[in-house]
Design a binder for this molecule. Structure first.
Ligand SMILES: [Mg+2]
Length: 230
């Protein structure tokens, strides 16, 4: 049995900046600034983005914590608006649905999410590209923990508690588009498959020694073979 956990942004889909714009609106409402414009959101959890950006503005953790939940509620509201906007062109990457279908057809594979998105935001983004969030049956979200490195063990625990599956760390395969995706599962021995559909190139991702790296997920057979071998 292997657990195959997908990142969302840059891996399953491209939200055309909808997530970033929604976060900037929520940050501005809560703190009067959206922070350093050159800060990179990719590979980060939603709560980490809020904390990193507002710490850089000199805001104390106690105040960040006090406003976090209300800020995330506003973020979700803004995200729905941004995803609905006619100016937003959300894209689902080639091969994603075929890969999920191929995994679902295998009795020894389970599909899930490992994403920095809070759960409600993850659902909104997936629905925006026509994917039913219910297809992902073992998940760890940015709402479960602020630190991405904690998420693989959370997914592993959920597999046990919710599906009765005992999955060893090295039977967990994480598919993602950033070095953070590659590195987050190391502590439990998870395997990483990197995909260069986000902002990182194949070469940049390869420097972080994933089990495999692909330019995209379009070659279903090749990705399935990599998952088998991982
Ligand atoms: Mg990503």
């Amino acid at each position: 049995m292997k657990l195959v956990l997908f990142d969302i942004d840059g891996t399953i889909l491209w939200s055309d900046g909808a997530g970033r714009r929604a976060m900037q609106r929520a940050l501005t409402n809560a703190f009067g600034t959206s922070g350093n414009a050159s800060y990179r959101y990719d590979g980060k959890t939603d709560m980490q983005i809020v904390r990193d950006l507002m710490r850089m503005e000199g805001i104390a953790d106690a105040l960040i914590d006090a406003r976090m939940n209300a800020l995330l509620d506003e973020y979700v509201e803004a995200l729905h608006e941004e995803l609905r906007s006619r100016e937003t062109h959300v894209e689902r990457f080639n091969g994603v649905v075929e890969l999920i279908e191929a995994l679902e057809a295998r009795p020894d594979r389970r599909v899930g999410l490992l994403t920095g998105n809070i759960e409600v935001g993850a659902g909104a983004k997936l629905r925006a590209v026509g994917l039913d969030p219910a297809r992902f049956i073992v998940n760890a979200f940015g709402s479960d923990h602020e630190v991405r490195g904690e998420l693989p063990a959370i997914a592993q625990r959920r597999a046990r508690e919710e599906l009765g599956l005992h999955v060893e760390g090295d039977a967990i395969v994480i598919i993602g588009d950033t070095p953070a995706d590659i590195d987050c599962g190391r502590s439990i021995g998870a395997r990483a498959i990197a995909v260069a559909t986000g902002r990182y190139s194949v070469e940049e991702l390869a420097e972080h020694s994933p089990f495999a790296v692909f330019p995209n997920l379009a070659d279903t057979d090749a990705v399935m073979r990599a998952i088998d071998a991982a």
